[in-house]
Write a protein that binds this ligand. Structure first.
Ligand code: PHB
Length: 370
């Protein structure tokens, strides 16, 4: 049980103040960021994920799932989960139930990798699809098959795959979805001008490059309701060769364009996260996007407890998503509340498919008597 001084602390810590996001009555502002964990064998989420997510669930806390493929062509790395087949939908149900039974809210992050893929992960060994046929250079962990540029008349099929996946997410029991529009994956491949070299109505101007994203938002909001749909964007990132020549303009355009859909939230990755690993010094900020977007704003990218509290206190965001810190601290909200020390994350086990325990469900909870 909490004692009185404990509750008093709670009200004075910005991240621990409740927040109403439409029908989601959040008891605090510490969101679990989406993180790929590569432990979904055969692209089917496994029972061990129920423990992983429920360890991190709190009454009234918001969790976002790992990137989850919307279709067969969406897949990239081994052992990422999907949500296009009945078997996958059924497999998500007990995982979602486990989060709900702790009182948490759970959104499914809907993902299409686009060209960040290899023919070995594609149906019939075909080339991955993208906005472009420009290949992505190999990196230290993966090689990528040169993509096939989608024909204009094929784009609506992919939009429809997002719609169907959103329906499946609701069927699996999720409270809603987050559209993955970040980090160089398919949606980002349309938005970023260093990748998108199309000459049809999906390429060229900013408006044209953002058309696909907005069509996905429109289809998904029509299918499951705008109050169950969020989006994640990383206008400043150049992860997976996804840079843009005018990231601030892109970010503001998207924030403004999203307003008409009245979606649940806009989640943006900080400019200091050019890649998905470590932060660096940077003077750009998300404030213009925060100001342009009329709904709930979530920020992510290398936040500590201190600067998360500061960002909320200064009104620069409503909610803060924590990735690596939440991965290594299943009881992160409690640790923030108590200003307790944090477990350190072990990067070597972030993506170890073979072990459903180590670096996954074995990070210790705080041991205190209450
Ligand atoms: C990301 O969004 O940064 C991301 C998605 C899927 C991965 C890794 C990173 O497997």
């Amino acid at each position: 049980m909490e004692n009185e001084s404990f509750s008093a602390t709670k009200q004075t810590i910005p991240l621990l103040k409740p927040f109403s996001m439409r029908s989601f009555n959040l008891s605090h502002r510490i969101v679990m960021a989406p993180m790929a964990r590569m432990r979904s064998y055969g692209n089917v989420p496994q029972p061990h994920a129920a423990l992983y997510y429920s360890q991190r669930a709190t009454p009234g806390g918001l969790l976002i799932s790992e990137a989850t493929g919307i279709s067969e062509t969406a897949m990239a790395y081994q052992n990422m989960p999907g949500i296009w087949r009945k078997e996958q939908v059924e497999a998500w149900k007990p995982i979602v139930n486990a989060v709900h039974s702790k009182g948490g809210f759970f959104l499914c992050q809907l993902w299409h990798a686009g060209r960040v893929s290899h023919r070995d992960c594609q149906p019939n060994g075909e080339a991955p699809i993208s906005s472009t046929d420009k290949p992505l250079a190999a990196d230290s962990s993966n090689e990528y098959t040169p993509p096939r540029r989608l024909r204009t008349d094929e784009i609506s099929t992919v939009v429809n795959d997002f719609r169907l996946a959103a329906r499946n997410a609701i069927e699996a029991g999720f409270d809603g979805v987050e559209i993955h529009g970040a980090h160089g994956y398919l949606i980002d491949q349309f938005m970023k001008d260093t990748v998108n070299d199309r000459t049809d109505e999906y390429g060229g101007s900013l408006e044209n490059r953002c058309r696909f994203t907005l069509e996905v938002i429109e289809a998904v909001t029509n299918e499951i309701g705008a109050d169950r749909v969020g989006i994640r964007l990383s206008p400043f990132a150049n992860y997976m060769e996804s840079g843009d020549s005018e990231p601030q303009k892109l970010g503001i355009y998207m924030a403004e364009s999203l307003n008409r859909f009245e979606i649940l939230y806009c989640h943006m990755v900080e400019p200091r996260m050019k890649t998905a690993s470590e932060a660096f010094e940077c003077t750009e900020s998300l404030t213009p996007m925060r100001n342009a977007f009329e709904g709930t704003f979530i920020v992510a990218g290398g936040y500590t407890r201190e600067d998360g509290n500061k960002a909320v206190a200064e009104g620069r965001t409503d909610l803060v998503a924590y990735g690596r810190l939440f991965l290594a601290n299943p009881d992160l909200p409690r640790r923030f509340q108590l200003e307790a020390p944090l477990n350190k994350y072990d990067r070597t086990s972030f993506y170890t498919s073979t072990d459903p325990v180590v670096g996954y469900t074995d990070y210790p909870f705080l041991e205190t008597a209450d």
